[in-house]
Ligand binder design. Structure first.
Ligand SMILES: [Zn+2]
Length: 199
């Protein structure tokens, strides 16, 4: 299997295990798992859960290495507005938003499509937004070895919006900076360039 192939074939025994457990959950919450609309729900839910956690079976560093090119370009490369969909590890409910990522090459650039794929590998796991930010940052830093790397994620958390404090419009912002982005001028330049998306 290639390192970032989408999971479209499901391991039958794992899918069946998860399906049986969803069946039990549906029963426990007081539903009739045998009524028409729910008959295939445990299987669909199992496949959805396995899809949303396929990042455990993928290797983000390999994805980057598969598309690294020698290049002298050493200005800031920014990829803005990368869609992020993840599951919070506390409630297993979605959190979603946007990632803004920048790096300053140090002899190598990477195919631009690979950076959103790295985001997906770490997002498709049980996460907290802080660790997701850190995982992406460290993977880019360790693999590309750039002069600097910056990651900002803005996300809304369904566990806050649908339950608990019900702060429906709150957005959580996390960020991490390495190398040249630890310098205030470079960091500010990056933040200015993405600021049309930041409130
Ligand atoms: Zn949560």
């Amino acid at each position: 299997m290639s390192p970032y192939q989408n999971l479209e074939e499901y391991n039958i025994s794992i899918t069946n295990e998860v399906k049986d457990r969803f069946s039990k959950i549906i029963d426990e919450i007081g539903e009739d798992v045998n009524r028409d609309g729910l008959q295939k729900t445990p299987e669909r839910a199992a496949k959805a859960m396995l899809f949303l956690t396929q990042g455990y079976r993928q290797d983000a560093a390999e994805i980057l290495k598969s598309a690294m090119f020698k290049e002298d370009y050493d200005d800031m490369v920014i990829i803005k507005d990368i869609e992020v969909y993840s599951l919070c590890e506390h409630h297993m409910l979605p959190f979603f938003g946007k990632a803004h990522i920048a790096y300053i090459p140090n002899g190598h650039i990477v195919g631009l499509s690979k950076i959103p794929r790295v985001v997906d590998v770490f997002a498709r796991r049980l996460q907290v937004q802080e660790r997701l930010t850190h995982d992406i940052l460290e993977c880019l830093n360790d693999t590309l070895k750039p002069k600097g790397v910056a990651v900002v994620i803005e996300a809304s958390h369904m566990c806050m919006m649908m339950r608990g404090v019900q702060k429906q419009n709150s957005v959580t912002t996390t960020s991490g900076f390495r190398g040249q982005f630890e310098k205030i001028e470079t960091r500010n330049e990056f933040l200015k360039l993405i600021s049309s998306d930041l409130s």
